[in-house]
Write a protein that binds this ligand. Structure first.
Ligand SMILES: O=P(O)(O)OC[C@H]1O[C@](O)(CO)[C@@H](O)[C@@H]1O
Length: 544
């Protein structure tokens, strides 16, 4: 049966009218008419605070958005996700990433027991490595770990390792993802085979990039004098596909499990996170899980109007579906979070980049916007020009830990000031009159000031959230990632799509295999399309 599309929900039309009316209003005026707005438009959960006061929203529009959410049955979404309902209908699976950070799970005891066994093995590896108890083939202590994986088998652990560098122990963790040989080569250049351990991280154990890089890593180890038997000391696998991992040559005892009921992009909490658990130590990894579990509890228990992931999702729907915003920008004002936009790109766009509803019907409304961003203040000297004066509406999330681990509080104050300045500037803008007056004040001739003023004027009203936390710690990082996971799922529910499959990535992989066979001279069916054939010929010519 065809599901009801977002655009068919009773409140959709009313919200379209409201958005039209709101787009003529000014957020500045909303603050004037409601002096309490700055303290009322705040929501906290699990150590994360969202200030949504600078959005093009008033109480009436918000109430209508919550009504729309109820019409889309968002109220029951958290329970369905957390209790193991088959929310991933095309693959007939639940999406139980929350179980990976749970301490109890009524009705899911068997799965939780598997998770707990895996956690114990992870802990064992993390502690042995951090206590210098794991030796390589030459008897030297392992000092470096290389995670070979891509997508969800790379982005999460890489983000956590980088974000929690101040918590890092003695073992250095490195990440190789790209099939470009330069990625592996650059990483191995500085490493010693005697002291390096590889984690081959692949849910499917079929991913071209990961298998190709792992084979080269294996050769690197053998060329350094390790025997086939020695490889057991240097290779671990994280996978659902034990058979393929052992066939590849990884000892069955060195394989940690993954499960088909956890999506790759939601898997950092599982053994996929082993590299970051090693990097930051087991206790910190447990804190990371606890932070996410606190967000899960909030998501499950808070009423819709107090629910942080729900609100973030409704803001996304508001701009995407009622203002036509095709972009969403994430600006972490903390260098440690510079990978966060990359991580969120897979989380949100692989989850919600869909054009059909859960029942296979084409949707007649926008789904997931393009997400991008970078760590502040770099973007200010690059793309912020477009955010301030361009023609695209780019709702923005500023993410701001309020303290620094560097000990350099005065310099950090500058970073914070920049973040607050960007957020405020997006909201207030500068009128034509203000632009003119500021030019004249600077000594510009009034007639010339008249000509220049339109170039300096800024509309303002650029919606943005400011998400703060007291400090970026394992706990707050866990909560922050879980917040965006649940936001992504809630938006998927609102759009009536399945956030947990990714069929769109498969065809490109298949065609890649066909082209590789042609390039290797192995295919009898050599023709693609004229443009691709020409490019293959150009590649061939460059090899001669
Ligand atoms: O962990 P695997 O199976 O190697 O997959 C890596 C990534 O590839 C994808 O399947 C997309 O190609 C992602 O969903 C996944 O995170």
């Amino acid at each position: 049966m065809a599901a009801t599309l977002l655009s068919q929900l009773p409140s959709f039309g009313k919200l379209s009218d409201m958005a039209l009316a709101m787009s003529d209003s000014s957020v500045n005026d909303l603050f004037t008419t409601d002096p309490e707005r700055a303290s009322r438009y705040i929501l906290d959960a699990a150590g994360i605070t969202l200030d949504y006061s600078k959005h093009l929203l008033d109480d009436t529009a918000l109430a209508a958005l919550y009504t729309l959410a109820r019409e889309a049955d968002l109220e029951h979404a958290a329970t369905a996700l957390l209790d193991g309902t088959e929310v991933n209908n095309t693959e007939a699976r639940p999406a139980l990433h929350s179980l990976l950070r749970a301490t109890s799970a009524p009705g899911l005891e068997d799965k939780l027991a598997q998770v707990q066994r895996s956690r114990a093995t992870m802990r064992d590896w993390a502690e042995r490595l951090n206590n210098s108890q794991h030796l390589g083939f030459s008897g030297a202590v392992i000092t470096d770990v290389v995670n070979i994986g891509i997508g969800g088998s790379d982005l999460g652990p890489r983000l956590v390792t980088e974000a929690l560098r101040p918590f890092q122990g003695d073992v250095a963790c490195h990440y190789v993802a790209n099939v470009d040989p330069a990625d592996l080569q650059n990483t191995l250049r500085d490493l010693n085979p005697d002291t390096t351990l590889f984690i081959v991280c692949s849910k499917s154990f079929r991913t071209e990039e990961t298998l190709t890089n792992s084979l080269v890593a294996r050769e690197w180890m053998l060329n350094a004098g390790a025997s086939e038997a020695d490889l057991a000391m240097h290779f671990l696998a994280i996978t659902t596909n034990l058979e393929a991992a052992t066939e590849f040559g990884i000892d069955a005892d060195n394989c940690l499990p993954m499960w088909d009921w956890v999506g790759g992009r939601y898997s950092v909490w599982s053994a996929v996170g082993l590299s970051c658990a090693i990097a930051v130590g087991w206790d910190n990894f447990e804190q990371f899980l606890a932070g996410a579990a606190a967000m899960d509890q909030h998501f499950a228990e808070a009423p819709l109007e107090q629910n942080l992931p729900v609100l973030l999702s409704l803001l996304e729907v508001w701009y995407c579906n009622f203002f036509g915003a095709g972009n969403h920008v994430v600006l972490p004002y903390d260098n440690a979070l510079q990978r966060f936009p990359d991580f969120l790109q897979q989380l949100t766009m692989e989850s919600n980049g869909k054009g059909v509803s859960k029942s296979g019907q084409p949707v007649d409304h926008a789904t997931g916007p393009v997400l991008w961003g970078s760590a502040g203040t770099m973007g200010q000297h690059s793309f912020h020009q477009l955010l301030h004066q361009g023609t695209e509406l780019c709702p923005t999330d500023f993410i701001l830990p309020l303290t620094t681990h560097t000990g350099m509080t005065e310099q950090h104050r500058r970073l914070v000031a920049n973040c607050l300045a960007q957020s405020r500037t997006m909201m207030v803008g500068r009128s034509l009159q203000e632009a003119h007056a500021s030019l004249v004040e600077r000594g510009v001739d009034p007639a010339r000031a008249e000509e220049l003023a339109p170039h300096l004027a800024m509309q303002g009203n650029r919606p943005n959230s400011v998400i703060t936390m007291e400090a970026l710690t394992p706990t707050t990082l866990g909560a922050l990632i879980a917040l965006y996971e649940h936001r992504t799922y809630c938006s998927g529910v609102m759009w009536g799509i399945n956030s947990f499959d990714q069929w769109g990535v498969e065809l490109g992989k298949e065609i890649g295999v066909q082209i590789l066979r042609i390039m290797a001279g192995e295919s009898t069916n050599a023709a693609m399309d004229p443009a691709t054939d020409r490019l293959i010929a150009a590649w061939q010519k460059a090899q001669d």
